[in-house]
Design a protein around this ligand. Structure first.
Ligand code: XMP
Length: 318
């Protein structure tokens, strides 16, 4: 019978046999379930010879980088955080086309990851959090960068550094990965995290990306996500986030006329992300989120709710 405990025991032994007693292993961590569970398995098998690399691309959710890095430290993982935000912003400057933005983010990720990986002496293996659905299908297609998740997308590194690939979750479905993560002590907030795209907020800021826009979107997004959690709605939706639109609209504040940004809230129910329905969130809840965002986030004076299903409307707006 398959149980997460049996899987962990068998996989830890298999990893020890495969990797041996001296090789070092590199793994890109994203804060998501898959890479985190892969890291915990490898950590149990080879301890600090697993070298995790967690890149801050400047497009993560508010406080995500610090929070996830801290969670990894608490779990005892040997992880290096790399704040490369400025490199990503520089690569993205002036780009407005969604595919060009994805490519710039992917390319910069590879450059940063490459550089960090080469600092690991004696590295022989590249571990990846690939799970069974990644093996059999390529998720949604919006261009070449989409079919390969960015943390899997390590360019020519395996050849360049002569690394062998190890993928301990290759045979597992998502729910099995969660069970294994639970058995390994992965905290609830990482275990039940919504999917989050590799290009992050970069494809939720329509048009060009600036650090100022990222800061505004992070604040609005945090209000939405925190409110979903506070109302017990977070785990009822499959994915949620805020889109910063390249639109300004007129508002009034006291006697003043304002001309500020519009954001769209997006929340969907889905099984696998291939099709999705807009989440029928309560009006009172939406009213509360809208008020909070408009009152607390300077630069936003209008909030709209996306009531489009996929197909044809994709979950992300870019
Ligand atoms: P769409 O927007 O195509 O998204 O309905 C379906 C799922 O895929 C995620 N997504 C991405 N994930 N790189 C990723 O790693 C990407 O470029 C990308 N684009 C979309 C999206 O967040 C949703 O979960």
């Amino acid at each position: 019978d398959w149980t997460p405990e049996h899987f962990v025991d068998a996989m830890v032994t298999a990893l020890q046999d495969t990797i041996g007693e001296t090789d070092q292993v590199i793994l890109g961590l994203s804060g998501g379930v898959d890479s985190s569970v892969a890291a915990l398995l490898l950590h149990r098998a080879i301890g600090p010879r697993l070298h995790g690399i967690f890149v801050d691309n400047g497009l993560l959710r508010k406080d995500e980088y610090e929070g996830v890095l801290e969670a990894y430290k608490v779990l005892g993982l040997n992880v290096r955080g790399v704040d490369a935000s400025q490199e990503f912003y520089a690569a993205l400057a002036g780009l407005t086309d969604p595919e060009q933005k994805r490519k710039a983010i992917g390319r910069t990720f590879i450059e940063v990851f490459d550089r960090e990986a080469q600092k690991v002496e004696g590295a022989r293996w590249l571990a990846q959090g690939t799970i069974y659905p990644d093996v059999i299908e390529s998720v949604s297609v919006k261009g070449p960068a989409v079919t390969i998740k960015s943390h899997h997308n390590v360019g020519g590194l395996p050849e360049k550094m002569n690394l062998k690939i190890v993928e301990p979750l290759r045979a597992l479905f998502k729910d099995e990965v969660r069970e294994v993560g639970d058995a390994l002590g992965l905290p609830h907030n990482i275990l039940h995290r919504h999917p989050f795209p590799g290009p992050g907020l970069g494809i939720r800021i329509l048009g060009d990306i600036t650090p100022e826009k990222v800061a505004i979107l992070q604040r609005a997004d945090a209000i939405f996500i925190d409110s979903l959690k506070a109302h017990g709605l977070y785990e009822k939706v499959w994915q949620a986030g805020v889109m910063l639109l390249p639109v300004q609209s007129v508002g009034v504040m006291g006697d003043e006329r304002t001309y500020e940004q519009v954001v769209a809230l997006r929340a969907v129910t889905s099984v696998d992300g291939m099709t999705a329905d807009w989440a029928h969130l309560p009006y009172d809840f939406l009213a509360e989120v809208s008020n909070k965002i408009i009152n607390q986030v300077r630069g936003i004076n209008r909030v709209v709710y996306d009531i489009s299903s996929k197909p044809p409307a994709t979950i992300e707006w870019e």
